[in-house]
Design a protein around this ligand. Structure first.
Ligand code: UT7
Length: 328
């Protein structure tokens, strides 16, 4: 067990809301199609020109405030995102700048697709356990609205923008902490989700722009099929490593990619639906931000209480997937 406590959680969602009806005015889609295939009803979208890092800073400030800590207390900052503020140096320096981390703690981006936040919590826990870090701030931040083709009904209806954050502090002597972790990657699925251009393999050029290669490409069916078995495998494995059975888990917090994926996962795990947290109807798929947003909502609503066991599970581009089991 890695002894730690989630001392604070925070989230930020942009004001602007786009409903399925709004989308159906400009796209060949409908509220009925989107709702029945994905469970999504609306999503928040960041205004063009607003820096995504500001969402991460706001979520992090809220988490620190609830932890009773200040930016000065952050010994490690991990930022999970798919789409960095800049390709170099990524997003973490922008969050550090926004928070004013003038004491220069280490920071870096975690790039593990939509599973980045789960990977980030596991990495932060390991660094804390090893003594390399004291208090850790893990932020999930996503503005995929900037990288979806708003003319492609197969992708643009699925995503929303937002950020969430947690503050992890050491908690020696107690029972709280990370009980079990399972992290995996399946590179044979690397092409299921990608932005093909803008990296070193295919640098930006007038041709890549003309061919729309800077937008998210997704093989939806393939993602769907892999997601269920990946999250199932990771959750079963993490529970085994934690020495608990699935019925000991009080709350399952799955990555919010598609309600049907969540329902299929729950069915395969034989897990009670009423103990599964879901907000995809209101915020859509916010990628790396989905689990910390969900977590903060449940904490604010008083659903998660001391002693509860939580399973955070996610899959995403790469294909990276994993589960972290925590005792709150
Ligand atoms: O964090 C990971 C992110 N990605 C995901 O989680 C995606 C996982 N995959 C999925 O959620 C589902 O595969 C989708 C929701 C993306 C698609 O559902 P599907 O049941 O797999 O549909 P499909 O891709 O097989 O498409 C069925 C039909 C197609 O029409 P035709 O070719 O049969 O005439 C699509 O063009 O549905 C059409 N379609 C749409 N129709 C109305 C696809 N998107 C839309 C849309 N509105 N927005």
């Amino acid at each position: 067990m890695i002894a730690l406590r989630v001392a604070g959680t925070g989230r930020f969602l942009p004001e602007r809301e786009i409903t399925n009806e709004d989308l159906s005015r400009t796209l060949d889609t409908s509220d009925e199609w989107i709702r029945s295939r994905t469970g999504i009803r609306r999503r928040r979208i960041l205004d063009p020109g607003d820096p995504p890092a500001d969402m991460g800073v706001a979520a992090a400030r809220a988490a620190l405030k609830r932890a009773g800590l200040t930016p000065r207390d952050v010994d490690l900052l991990l930022v999970a995102t798919n789409v960095p503020e800049e390709i170099i140096p990524g997003s973490a320096p922008f969050i550090a700048e926004g928070l004013g981390l003038s004491h220069e703690p280490p920071f870096f981006d975690v790039k593990a697709g939509c599973a980045g936040f789960v990977f980030g919590v596991a990495i932060a826990g390991a660094l804390m356990e090893s003594g390399l870090a004291g208090n850790a701030l893990v932020v999930g931040i996503e503005a995929l609205s900037r990288f979806v083709d708003w003319e492609d009904r197969k992708t643009c209806v699925l995503f929303g923008d937002g950020a969430g954050a947690v503050v992890l502090v050491r908690d020696s002597g107690g029972e709280r902490g990370i009980l079990g972790v399972s992290l995996h990657g399946d590179a044979t699925k690397r092409e299921l989700l990608r932005i093909a251009a803008g990296g070193v393999r295919l640098p930006a050029s007038p041709q890549t722009v003309a061919e729309k290669k800077h937008f998210l490409e997704m093989k939806g069916r393939g993602v769907y099929q892999s997601a269920v078995t990946m999250m199932e495998r990771a959750t079963v494995e993490a529970a085994q490593r934690a020495g608990i059975s699935l019925s000991d888990i009080d709350w399952l917090l799955p990555h919010q990619a598609n309600l049907r994926i969540i329902e299929a996962l729950v069915k395969r795990l034989g897990f009670p639906r009423e103990r599964v947290l879901v907000n995809i109807d209101r915020v859509a798929n916010t990628s790396t931000a989905s689990i910390p947003i969900l977590l903060d909502e449940a904490v604010r609503d008083g659903m998660i209480r001391e002693g509860h066991i939580l399973a955070l599970t996610a899959f995403g581009a790469g294909a990276c997937y994993g589960t972290v089991i925590l005792r709150w």
